[in-house]
Design a protein around this ligand. Structure first.
Ligand code: SF4
Length: 294
């Protein structure tokens, strides 16, 4: 991957961004790999040498790396930082690097640091659940000790003190601890086997973009179309609906003087349109969907 420096930032940042921090040790797959869509993984492997990213767009990745380095230096009894665990699943080796484990007498708490948005915190983030439960499996298998809770330490990069002061549902501090639901050991094992199988199958068809498994709506971070009922002179919507019919109903009830109208907020697959997967230009699934829209 080529790192560009369009805003003439210090060379030290470019050097930091260019370093490859990612390692899965001797394993065949990492946890991050198996939870990500096979289509993304295969296209990234095929086009890695053509991919480009500007150092200015890598700020949060750099801060995430810095946090891990700093966290590794703190030594607190009963806390294990940055530990890589590895297990065999059939003839495949799977590894995962766990940010923090807090070891108590009655079990281990697994904690992962995430730099993320307020939107992610307030909406479902299934990949957090997948990742944390696979870490639970690794810990229980390697250490033979139960995991008693799974938690995310979410650092909200777009948190606003102003929003927090006026919205009671808004996170009240820029760092939040989030509890993740735990799965049974056997269910996690089945899930891991299924994900490895999916990735192994996609390797067979690596040269055939059309034959790669399609990314699901969940994997594409699909936001559905919404219908906002608004009135003239007011910035925010009166209410937002999932269907046009519901919006029409409310519109009929509004007094004429409000000059109500419906604003259609078109749904989109955010991961594709924002190229958060990094491979949208080579992805036939996304490129075909754009042609269909024309
Ligand atoms: S562009 Fe969308 S559909 Fe294609 S690989 Fe990326 S996330 Fe998946």
């Amino acid at each position: 991957m080529k790192i560009t420096n369009k805003f003439n930032l210090p060379e030290t940042l470019v050097a930091l961004a260019s370093r490859d921090y990612y390692t899965k040790g001797q394993a065949d797959y990492s946890v991050t790999e198996i939870i990500s869509p096979p289509r993304v993984q295969r296209l990234r492997k095929q086009h890695y040498h053509e991919m480009e990213q500007d150092v200015a767009d890598m700020l949060w990745m750099l801060l995430g790396t810095a946090l891990h380095v700093v966290a590794e230096r703190s030594e607190i009894v009963g806390h294990t930082n940055e530990e890589r665990l590895m297990v065999g699943i059939g003839d495949v080796m799977l590894s995962g690097a766990i940010d923090l484990q807090k070891d108590d007498e009655d079990g281990i708490t697994v904690i992962d640091y995430k730099f993320t948005s307020v939107w992610s915190l307030l909406n479902d983030k299934p990949e957090w659940e997948y990742q944390q439960n696979i870490y639970k499996y690794l810990v229980e298998r390697v250490k033979r000790k139960p995991v008693k809770s799974l938690r995310i330490c979410a650092m909200l990069r777009d948190w606003s003190r102003m929003e927090a002061s006026v919205k009671p549902d808004y996170p009240q501090a820029p760092i939040q601890m989030v509890d993740i639901p735990m799965w049974d050991y056997a269910d996690i094992e089945k899930f891991i086997e299924k994900r490895i199988e999916l990735h192994q199958d996609s390797k067979v068809n690596a040269d055939w973009n059309e034959e790669l498994p399609l990314c699901t709506d969940e994997e594409r971070w699909m936001r559905t179309t919404k219908y906002a009922v608004k009135k003239e002179g007011r910035k925010t919507a009166v209410r937002v609906f999932d269907t046009e019919e519901e919006a029409q109903e409310l519109l009929k009830e509004m007094p004429e003087k409000d000059k109500g109208f419906i604003e259609i907020r078109k749904g989109e697959s955010v991961r594709c349109t924002g190229n958060f997967c990094g491979v949208s230009q080579w992805c036939t699934q996304y490129q075909n969907s754009l042609k269909e829209e024309v």
